[in-house]
Design a protein around this ligand. Structure first.
Ligand code: GDP
Ligand code: MG
Length: 172
């Protein structure tokens, strides 16, 4: 069975690596090298069915969009990450979302999940739940608020993506 290729994208420092490593290894890394880009593998059982995932934790700065293009072409599912403590990082999600639709075309629905991180940093929160709810509904995408530190709602993100990928690519 081929693994589903999942690409984790978002602005620098939003918590892409923390989210990925929490999902893959179930640990929280406080200081993860921001330049490390790595692909991880994990099997996951969703609705009684096993799937194999390859999760690419990207580390590119915004300007390296040509590299993003390569990842987006190869990817089957996308985790678009922003920080609930930094409203400006939502812009990058919108940008990436458009880039994905542009590159993938409209040959079918694209498995995407929008993820707000650092839910545990309550006093630093900048993005109101209504803001992200309204945006996600306008985009027609599921969204989750997570904490990699506390391990809140991290597995739901990948489960949602697996369900979408199975529907979109039933033969893989
Ligand atoms: P990346 O550049 O998007 O990969 O971001 P990192 O995963 O390296 O995280 C950036 C910083 O945010 C690090 O100092 C992490 O410890 C911190 N961080 C990431 N996720 C969380 C979280 O859920 N809660 C808290 N409190 N800090 C987080
Ligand atoms: Mg990182």
């Amino acid at each position: 069975m081929h693994p589903f290729k999942v690409v984790v994208l978002g602005a620098g420092g939003v918590g892409k690596s923390a989210l990925t490593v929490r999902f893959i290894q179930n640990v929280f890394l406080e200081h993860y090298d921001p330049t490390i880009e790595e692909a991880y593998r994990r099997n996951i059982t969703v609705d009684g069915e096993n799937s194999s995932l390859e999760v690419l934790d990207t580390a590119g700065a915004e300007q390296f969009t040509s590299l993003n293009e390569v990842y987006i072409k190869a990817g089957k599912g996308f985790v678009l990450v922003f920080s609930l403590t930094q409203e400006a990082t939502l812009k990058e999600v919108d940008h990436l979302r458009k880039q994905i639709y542009q590159i993938k075309g409209d040959s079918g629905p694209i498995p995407i999940v929008v993820v707000g991180t650092k839910l545990d940093l309550v006093s630093e929160r900048e993005v109101h739940q209504n803001t992200i709810k309204a945006l996600a509904s306008r985009w027609g995408l599921p969204f989750y608020e997570t904490s990699a530190k506390r391990n809140w709602h991290v597995s739901e993100v990948f489960e949602s993506l697996v369900r979408q990928m199975r529907t979109r690519y039933p033969l893989e």
